[in-house]
Design a protein around this ligand. Structure first.
Ligand SMILES: NC(=O)c1ccc[n+]([C@@H]2O[C@H](COP(=O)([O-])OP(=O)(O)OC[C@H]3O[C@@H](n4cnc5c(N)ncnc54)[C@H](O)[C@@H]3O)[C@@H](O)[C@H]2O)c1
Length: 392
């Protein structure tokens, strides 16, 4: 095991701060088996964002270029949390410098770049993983367990939505999220999570059909200053065209069962609603990210009279919670920031050389990131061909 690990986060925006906080929390979770974690640098081209985040989360310094982090001898582990189109250059540079890399989803903005990144990861000597954060969500991991251990059993039908509303106001400022080709909008941004969760629960998708992409608001005002995440910063009266989808929908055939999917960034009133129902041979389960500390569960007792869900409040008997919260008593509540901490912990455990048996489940590989992008590319291809069926 290394004597200690120095960590850095590139990108001090909405999700970068979640990574910065998660590395801070990671060694305080579960048993104290990690080597000391040094919080070294936050890298952001915007020095104000970088230095503020470094001070807030207790990092030693901030850097303004990814190259400074790649060259730094005191950094071993780096999260890459910047616009999707920047992932490839930065990740390849970090891997070439021997850093262990945890890259945000989607792996890149194009399939070609994602495949090149997976090649670089395969040929590199360090560990490269992608952050599909929702696999760390206790309710989702628990539903997966219920499917796999036969309590819910074989999946018949999945119905999932990821509704957000960061773009529903025409005054929401232009940002990197509105630029790129078809499928690089809501589909890449939140559809990547939903598609990943569906395969995490239901197994491989074998074909996509009924792809639909639409843009509800076709131009956006330029911001007057730097914009972080979904902030509604002050805007100018100059507009630029929106290049990608505000809304996407598609159907899928799994190896077992079928699914329907809908994602949006203009779903007013739903700031962050990843929600799904999964219907199985022995019952059904329902999850809604707005109520992350519970799931709804229906188990068919065979009487023919037992209709309806019951609420299951998640606690220490469910995945991640025992030792994964400072106070891990039942009904204390938890949320998406905790999932980032479990993800960082899993990554650090792997880098520290802990065996899989004594670790949290590993983070997803870059090959899984490519697979996820192949699914999204199939949705786009279907949408551009009047909903044609695309076999994967
Ligand atoms: N897992 C999740 O739940 C989740 C949630 C949100 C975002 N994300 C992902 O995280 C990534 C970033 O999204 P965000 O919402 O945090 O973006 P953001 O716009 O809030 O922040 C991006 C930051 O990157 C900085 N930046 C721009 N160019 C840079 C460069 N060359 N080097 C270093 N810093 C640079 C910007 O100044 C900004 O602070 C995306 O890939 C997104 O898909 C994941």
């Amino acid at each position: 095991m290394p004597k200690d690990l120095g960590v850095a986060v590139i990108g001090a925006g909405m999700a970068g701060k979640a990574h910065a906080a998660a590395f801070r929390t990671a060694s305080a979770l579960y048993n104290p088996v990690l080597p000391p974690i040094r919080l070294v640098s936050i890298g952001d081209v915007n020095p104000e964002f970088g230095s503020l985040a470094a001070r807030r989360f207790g990092y030693e310094r901030n850097d303004t270029s990814w190259q400074a982090i790649a060259e730094a001898d005191d950094i071993d582990v780096v999260s890459v949390v910047i616009a999707n189109s920047l992932h490839r250059e930065v990740v390849e540079g970090l891997l070439a410098a021997g850093k262990h890399v945890l890259c945000e989803k989607p792996l890149s903005d194009t399939l070609e770049d994602a495949r090149a990144m997976a090649d670089a990861a395969r040929n590199g000597s360090s560990i490269a993983r992608i952050g599909f954060t929702f696999r760390r969500t206790p309710g989702i991991a628990y539903i997966r367990d219920l499917i796999r251990n036969g309590t819910l059993g074989k999946v018949l039908h999945f119905s999932g939505r990821y509704w957000t509303d960061y773009g529903f106001s025409p005054e929401a400022p232009m940002s990197w999220r509105y630029k790129g080709g078809p499928g690089s909008g809501a589909l890449a941004d939140v559809g990547s999570h939903l598609a990943y969760v569906s395969e995490f629960l239901c197994g491989d998708i074998k074909s996509i059909s009924g792809g639909r992409l639409s843009t509800a608001i076709d131009k956006r005002p330029l911001p007057l200053g730097a914009v972080m995440g979904h902030d509604h910063a002050a805007v100018s009266d100059t507009f630029e065209a929106v290049e990608n989808d505000d809304y996407a929908a598609f159907s899928a055939e799994f190896e077992n069962g079928s699914g329907s999917f809908e994602v949006s960034r203009v779903a007013a009133g739903h700031a962050n609603s990843l929600n799904f129902e999964v219907f199985c041979e022995n019952g059904s389960a329902k999850f809604d990210q707005r109520r992350p500390a519970e799931i709804q569960l229906f188990l068919n007792d065979g009487s023919g009279h037992e209709n309806g869900y019951r609420q299951v409040i998640l606690g220490p008997g469910h995945p991640y919670i025992a030792g994964g919260l400072a106070m891990d008593a039942p009904e204390v509540g938890f949320g998406q920031n905790d999932a980032f901490a479990y993800q960082s912990r899993a990554f650090l455990e792997e880098v520290a050389g802990l065996s899989e048996a004594e670790s949290l489940p590993r983070c997803a590989t870059f090959d899984e990131g490519v697979r996820n992008m192949e699914l999204l590319a199939a949705v786009t291809e279907s949408a551009l061909n009047d909903g044609k069926k695309i076999t994967l």
